[in-house]
Ligand binder design. Structure first.
Ligand code: FA5
Length: 359
């Protein structure tokens, strides 16, 4: 049985209000306006309407049809908007200040040099170790044969915490910990071979080649019969791998209480070619990698018998190496936070065979 045009309008309004999705309205359109729909049914019914009322009845059906068409279009529009809003609400919020793909960050030049060094030493069987930036007097000085009031402490004034701890002045502060960690190797007939890069802090007068916060990379090797020849071999391999060309270096005696004998390994300044410039304090040379044979007292402090085992240690100035590697004239660029300057030296990505060991 077919409803009257007025009832049909009311029914449509109820059904449209109950619809929750724009797609449901298509079903309503077919039901009400389709070939076999309610409006079409009413039109057929016109045959049975007496002639004198046909015109008026036809007008009412047409008017109901137009009403339904308009209401349908309006409700479809309304439901679409609601759906869009729901989609927006459900979507994760985003930060419009985030950089686009083109602006993705790049690795800091020191990170690149550090990883390169790590790759070189990993390939030579060294472990890569990490060590905290906060340490104590024992590890930073005492265990390294630098007792209280030793004049060598004057060279490495640092920042002290109220707890009595301090910010490490050199990566050598980890020597005792790393030697202890690996000393079982010696019992098992294996050498101790480790590097440990890290950030160092000194109360320093800042200039083109001195920062108060800089990076070093320490390396140690201990075994039976380790000699200065081993030390020189590793230093040479390291430098030729890093620079991929001949660089002029010089080895001269240097004093560090934790090595005996001790050396200073200097590199001829690559900024001025040895002529002298602010980057090398006009000397033509840059102190890069002090090194030496580990002092017996240091081995003893770590529980290793110096009569049985010997070893070498080096403390590479990683920030200075980055200066030479990338031709950076002023060390302050590295901590300056100028992204334009820093991103110039870097490749976008750099992986190390052993990423898992990264701190
Ligand atoms: C030391 O720190 C020793 N621990 C190195 C060492 C390790 C010697 C093992 C022997 C055996 P020195 O203070 O010279 O040494 O620093 C080592 C290197 O760190 C320097 O050659 C230099 O390249 C870098 N360096 C030192 N002070 C600064 C600074 N203020 N800014 C930037 N680089 C620095």
């Amino acid at each position: 049985m077919f409803q009257s045009p007025a009832e049909l309008k009311k029914l449509f309004e109820e059904r449209a209000a109950a619809a929750g999705k724009a797609a449901e309205m298509e079903q309503l359109r077919i039901e009400f306006l389709g070939k076999k729909g309610y409006i079409a049914g009413l039109m057929q019914e016109l045959r049975n309407v007496p002639n004198e009322r046909k015109k008026e009845a036809g007008q009412r059906i047409n008017e109901a049809k137009q009403f339904i068409e308009r209401a349908l279009a309006a409700r479809v529009e309304e439901l679409k908007k609601l759906e869009e809003q729901m989609l927006i609400d459900a979507t994760e919020s985003y930060d419009e200040s985030m950089p686009t793909d083109d602006d993705l960050g790049s690795y800091h030049p020191i990170t690149l040099v550090r990883r390169e060094m790590e790759n070189i030493f990993l390939s030579m069987g060294f472990a890569v170790e990490d060590y905290s930036e906060i340490t104590d007097d024992y590890n930073c000085f005492e265990a390294l044969n630098i007792p209280k009031h030793h004049p060598a402490r004057d060279m490495q004034d640092t920042y002290y915490l109220s707890s009595g701890q301090l910010l490490k002045t050199h990566t050598s502060a980890a020597q005792n910990t790393i030697l202890r960690k690996y000393k079982e190797n010696l019992v098992n007939g294996q050498p101790i071979r480790a590097i440990f890069p890290g950030r160092c802090f000194r109360n320093e007068k800042i200039d083109a080649c001195h920062e108060n916060t800089f990076f070093q990379m320490e390396g140690i090797m201990v075994d039976r019969d380790i000699s200065i020849s081993n030390l020189i071999y590793f230093m040479k391999t390291m430098l030729s791998e890093v620079f991929q060309r001949d660089v002029t270096v010089r080895l001269r005696p240097g004093f560090f209480p934790f090595v005996e004998p001790g050396f200073e390994l200097d590199i001829q300044c690559l900024i001025c070619g040895g002529k002298g410039c602010p980057s090398c304090k006009d000397s033509g040379w840059l102190e890069l990698c002090p090194c030496g044979m580990i002092h017996p007292n240091v081995l003893t402090a770590a529980g290793i018998d110096p009569e049985e085992y010997t070893g070498f240690a080096f403390g590479l100035g990683l920030t200075r190496l980055a200066m030479m590697r990338y031709g950076v004239k002023d060390i302050r660029v590295f901590n300056g936070g100028n992204l334009k300057a820093l991103s110039q030296f870097t490749e976008k990505s750099f992986t190390r065979p052993d990423e898992s060991k990264e701190a």
